[in-house]
Design a protein around this ligand. Structure first.
Ligand code: AHR
Length: 515
């Protein structure tokens, strides 16, 4: 009752406590019109990220000598679980790590690669997983690779030569090296990052917005002159802290890069430090606000440019991350966040938000894939799926095609930080005659019934619902213990109306034929 007692909207304020505890929330109404299209949903919204950090790559997806790995050292069980996430784009090698990564160290015979001090996370980088391993892994996953260049301690030339090594069909010293290392044809890596979080003082090679803009522009020119088909992702601001200049950084950087960048990279990590379920579940509202603000900044930067000059948002790091954090987080077993049900619900609300802004957000990468703030958690004998795995999997499996703008009238509660918050958080897609509706019920203790009305079509019979839920909001999964999981149920709907009840603290994906 923590949330409902304190924060139900005005209608309940006058009720005595006992009555409030039993009061049921009013029905929600959701109207669906398949002509109210927001955008095509880019499959790259279901992106992910692997960094040389803790046990994400080394000891996570890559474990040479393990009985669970193939001859190249790739963990088969991890690859299977990762493939089921339907990942549309995979970012590598960092993160903060990218700002001290020299790609030349990670090519050639593995045993001859130099170990280097790694200063982002305080370890030694073996370099046994490098460009060839990453691109082979992306091929095995069937996902688009996205490489983040080192604009921290790296040079323009180094970034340019990485593009040449990976993408050039010409006969050059770089491409001879690639062939000598076993890859004849270029990989044609389509997405390249112009550094990572360059606005943060924690970043190696941190610069002012002007200095970064000038430096990144020269790198961008060289990279695009090497391969004009590549898409470039400029480092936007990830620094929301007091005194930070989030909007100013983004605007300045775009002024330098507006003719070269195709995406603006933004990051957001959230947590429940106050242990307040209602506040935590409301955070996606601030994500939406940031997306709208960034969209405005992009529009302002592009005003006066030709209409076909577009810059989209790449929200290329996002997740719940607050427990495994802090100065002690250097070394080997780091950032190993364990997720519970409320975290999975927040992840679902973030995915709803990306789908609802899919006209401008075209890439989104959960950070990260394995062990490090991740949906897949391993030990030497196997793995288990964390709670956040399920919304990621279900969105990628079903929420495809066209994103729809819904009319939603949901009962609300009041958040201290964010004002009115609808209990039901939603997104929808229309895909080959099927309506896909994602619904998070943010109420901790009350089921909410929704009348879902088809405006321009009729429901055609069977309705499939998959619900992610668990015994309580703090329930976690572990090796040999699955408390939070998806459960299937079915319903029927004919004509204009479908009535469904969404359980407390649940995420559901509904699939209904419309004709
Ligand atoms: O994903 C973990 C870290 O978070 C990344 O290395 C960095 O980009 C961000 O601050």
């Amino acid at each position: 009752m923590i949330l409902s007692r304190r924060s139900f909207s005005k209608t309940l304020v006058a009720l005595p406590v006992a009555a409030r505890a039993q009061a049921t929330l009013p029905r929600a109404r959701i109207k669906v019109d398949t002509e109210r299209v927001i955008s095509d949903i880019d499959p790259k919204l279901y992106g992910n990220f692997i960094e040389h950090l803790g046990r994400c790559i080394d000891g996570g997806l890559f474990q040479e000598g393990s009985r669970l790995s193939d001859a190249n050292g790739f963990r088969r069980d991890v690859l299977d679980a990762a493939k089921k996430l339907g990942i549309g784009i995979l970012r590598w090698p960092g993160g903060n790590f990218s700002s001290n990564y020299h790609w030349n160290d990670g090519i050639g015979p593995r045993d001859q690669r130099p170990p280097r001090l790694e200063m982002a996370w305080g370890t030694v980088e073996s370099n046994r997983f490098g460009t060839h391993e990453f691109l082979q892994y992306a091929e095995m996953m069937g996902t688009a690779p996205y490489i983040c260049a080192n604009l921290g301690t790296g040079s323009w030339e180094e970034a340019q030569q990485w593009v040449e090594y990976c993408n050039s069909p010409e006969d050059t010293a770089m491409t001879r090296l690639r062939k000598q290392n076993g890859r004849r044809d270029p990989w044609k890596v389509g997405y390249w990052g112009l550094g990572n979080e360059m606005d943060g003082p924690w970043q190696m090679g941190h610069r002012s917005a002007d200095d970064y803009g000038k430096f990144a522009l020269e790198a961008a020119k060289l990279m695009k002159w090497t391969d004009p088909t590549i898409k470039l992702i400029a480092a936007g601001s990830s620094n929301f802290g007091p005194g930070s200049d989030w909007t100013g950084w983004n605007r300045t950087v775009l002024d330098y890069l507006k003719h070269h960048a195709d995406y603006l990279s933004l990051h957001m990590y959230v947590g429940n430090r106050e242990n307040d379920f209602g506040e935590f579940l409301a955070i996606s509202l601030s994500l939406a606000e940031r997306i709208r603000t960034a969209e405005g900044i992009i529009r302002a930067a592009l005003s006066g440019e030709p209409r076909d000059r577009r810059i989209y948002i790449a929200w290329d790091e996002w997740n719940v991350w607050y427990r495994a954090r802090g100065n002690a987080e250097r070394g080997r077993r780091i950032l190993e966040e364990r997720y519970n049900l409320e975290d999975a619900l927040v992840v679902a609300t973030f995915l709803n938000t990306f789908v609802n802004h899919s006209h401008i957000v075209k890439i989104a990468n959960l950070a990260q894939l394995v062990n490090v703030i991740a949906p897949i958690f391993t030990n030497d004998d196997g793995l288990f799926l964390q709670t956040i795995y399920y919304p990621l999997q279900l969105f990628a499996a079903h929420t495809r095609g066209k994103a729809l703008e819904l009319f939603v009238d949901s009962p609300k509660y009041t958040s201290k930080q964010l004002g009115d918050v609808p209990f039901l958080d939603t997104s929808a897609a229309y895909n080959n005659g099927t309506l896909v509706l994602n619904v998070v019920n943010r109420s901790r203790d009350q089921a909410i019934t929704a009348e879902i009305e088809a405006e321009d079509k009729q429901f055609g019979g069977d309705v499939a619902i998959t619900e992610v839920n668990g015994p309580d909001i703090k329930a976690e999964n572990d090796f040999g213990s699955v408390k939070v999981r998806p459960v299937e149920r079915a319903a029927q709907a004919q004509g204009k109306k479908l009535v469904l009840t969404f359980a407390p603290h649940s995420y559901s994906v509904v699939r209904a034929k419309l004709a």
